[in-house]
Design a protein around this ligand. Structure first.
Ligand SMILES: [Zn+2]
Length: 86
């Protein structure tokens, strides 16, 4: 859900406003003015950070998986080699 940050032109109050299709225009919670300007969108920034973090998590998990997989592979090869020792 898009939450936007606004600044009131009348009193300089900055506030966050959840914008829905059915929402009325944002109104300053401090002075009630509708003369507000939209600032940078917060969720875009935070979701970029979340995406970055998620990517790092996935990379870390992939590394861990690869390590596990490599370990499994070594065990399998060792087992396989043992099978052929006799
Ligand atoms: Zn205001």
């Amino acid at each position: 859900m898009p939450i936007f940050e606004y600044r009131c032109a009348a009193c300089d109050e900055e506030f966050e406003y959840l914008v829905l299709k059915s929402s009325a225009a944002p109104v300053c919670p401090t002075c009630g003015s509708v003369r507000v300007e939209k600032l940078m969108s917060i969720p875009t920034v935070s979701s970029d950070q979340t995406r970055g973090r998620a990517k790092r998590d996935i990379r870390a998990r992939n590394r861990a998986l690869r390590k596990d997989h490599a370990h499994e592979e070594v065990k399998r090869i060792e087992t396989h080699a043992k099978d052929h020792e006799d």
